[in-house]
Design a protein around this ligand. Sequence first.
Ligand code: NAP
Length: 250
Amino acid sequence: MAEGNGNSAPQKKVAVVTGGSRGIGRGCVVALAEAGFDIAFSYASNKSAADEVEKTVKVFGQDVLPVQADASNPLEAQMLIDKAFEKYGRIDVLVNNAGITRDTLLVRMKDDDWESVIDTNLGGMFYGTRGVAKIMMKQRSGSIVNISSISGIYGNAGQANYAASKAGMIGFTKAVAKELAARGVRVNAIAPGFITTDMTDDLPMEKLLEHIPLKRLGTPEDIAKTVLFLVTCGDYITGQVIQVDGGLVV
Ligand code: NAP
């Protein structure tokens, strides 16, 4: 993945992924590295998982920068962007993926269940996007992909906090897509259905199959391929939400 810039040598493209140590984020890191991007990714605390991802990226011959940075903390979220820009001198792609669940019924939901989910999923996306916006606007190019959820479109009992955060991500995606389009920066969202990761480990995944027309659960690679499509082939796509759910909600 190279970009001609006149007389100087072609520059490699750079992707930043939040929550890249496991699950969907890891899938995105690997797919982007395989496609030729240098990578910076964040993780919350799982250093051994981050080390494994770092090794995998190196196998593809790309440079990689793992950063322990809490997406819900504005200073740490900005630090990830600053470190990536300092190291690579450009940022072409941001995948806002870091996310958590604290599922419980509304009447039992504690303030902390609400705040931690909103601050991580919605706040993290805001801090990351604000961090790269100036860089991408100056470059006059960039692609931002926000990992939302079908829960943010259709709602889900027991997930008022999570659904609110994921719906917020969609509104944000549309607003910022309009704001940054004139500067060549595209912003899209993906709404995954049920994807096999640690997050969904204790769901009755086999039972869910009954409701999925494609008769299989999603994989991190299914989401990563969609990210790759949006960032490498989606030149005329912005402000969109793509459902990747095996036909679960049609
Ligand atoms: P996961 O397997 O639990 O992995 C979460 C990743 O995010 C890990 O790398 C984790 O780092 C990181 N992370 C968590 N909190 C963070 C924080 N505060 N700051 C920085 N990184 C943080 O989750 P997943 O299933 O891959 O989900 C990824 C995204 O997809 C989430 O936004 C989720 O809402 C969305 N999604 C998932 C599904 C699904 O079925 N799995 C469906 C729809 C949407 P550590 O390794 O250090 O803990």
